[in-house]
Ligand binder design. Structure first.
Ligand code: 5GP
Ligand code: MG
Length: 178
C-alpha cells in the first residue's frame, strides 16, 4: 500500500522495510566493531525508538545492557520544544559507555537534553545512535555517532514514529502529503 490515511492526514510510502532493515543492520555492525570491549549500556528513548531498538539489538552481539527512558515533546506534527521526562532512568550510568538509541534527531533539542542529563549522572562516554536524522532541521550542536537513514525536513510516520499516537506499527516509513 503506497498511500495511507491516519486521522486527518494523507501519507505516502517513502522508505521501504527492506531499505530500513539494511540500514539498521549497518548501524548494528558498526556498533559491534566500535564498542566490542566497552560493555555499553543502550538507552532506548520511548516511545518512538522501540522498533529501531528491537531490530538493532538483534544485530548487536557484544556484551551489553539495554534499558529505557520515556520522553514526550511532540504534539501532532510539531515539536513543542519542551521535553518532558515521563519515565526516568533506574540504572546507574556512572563510568559507563552509554549509547542513546533514538527514533529521530530533528532539531536536536531532545538529544541535547538527554546528553546533558547523562553527563550530569556521571556517564563516561555518550554515543548517539539514531534511526533517522533530518540534517536540515538541526538547531543544536550535537554529535550524532550513528545514523541509519538521513531524510529531508518533512513529517514522517512508521517504524515506531507516530502521528498523534497512530502509525507506530507500520513496517515502512510514510511521508505526510500536504
Ligand atoms: P527534536 O528535539 O530533535 O526536535 O525532536 C525529537 C523528537 O521529535 C523525536 O524523538 C521524535 O519523537 C519527534 N519527531 C521529530 N520529527 C518527527 C517526524 O517527522 N515524525 C514523527 N512522528 N516524530 C518526529
Ligand atoms: Mg523520540
Amino acid at each position: 500500500m503506497d498511500a495511507i490515511k491516519i486521522k486527518d492526514k494523507q501519507f505516502t510510502l517513502s522508505i521501504t522495510e527492506e531499505t530500513i532493515q539494511a540500514a539498521v543492520k549497518r548501524v548494528g555492525e558498526a556498533i559491534n566493531k566500535d564498542l566490542a570491549d566497552k560493555d555499553p549500556i543502550f538507552i532506548c528513548v520511548l516511545n518512538g525508538a522501540f522498533m529501531f531498538a528491537g531490530d538493532l539489538m538483534k544485530t548487536v552481539n557484544i556484551p551489553c545492557e539495554i534499558t529505557f527512558i520515556k520522553l514526550s515533546s511532540y504534539v501532532g506534527t510539531y515539536s513543542t520544544g519542551k521535553v518532558h521526562e515521563v519515565m526516568g532512568l533506574n540504572e546507574s550510568v556512572v563510568g559507563r559507555n552509554v549509547v542513546v538509541v533514538e527514533d529521530i534527531v530533528d532539531t536536536g533539542i531532545t538529544m541535547e537534553k538527554i546528553i546533558a542529563s547523562l553527563k550530569a549522572k556521571g556517564a563516561a562516554d555518550i554515543k548517539v545512535a539514531t534511526f533517522l536524522q533530518k540534517p536540515d532541521a538541526l538547531k543544536r550542536d550535537i554529535a550524532v555517532d550513528y545514523v541509519a537513514i538521513k531524510i529531508p525536513n518533512e513529517f514522517i510516520v512508521g517504524y515506531g514514529l507516530d502521528y498523534d499516537g497512530y502509525g507506530r506499527n507500520l513496517k515502512d516509513i510514510y511521508t505526510v502529503v500536504d
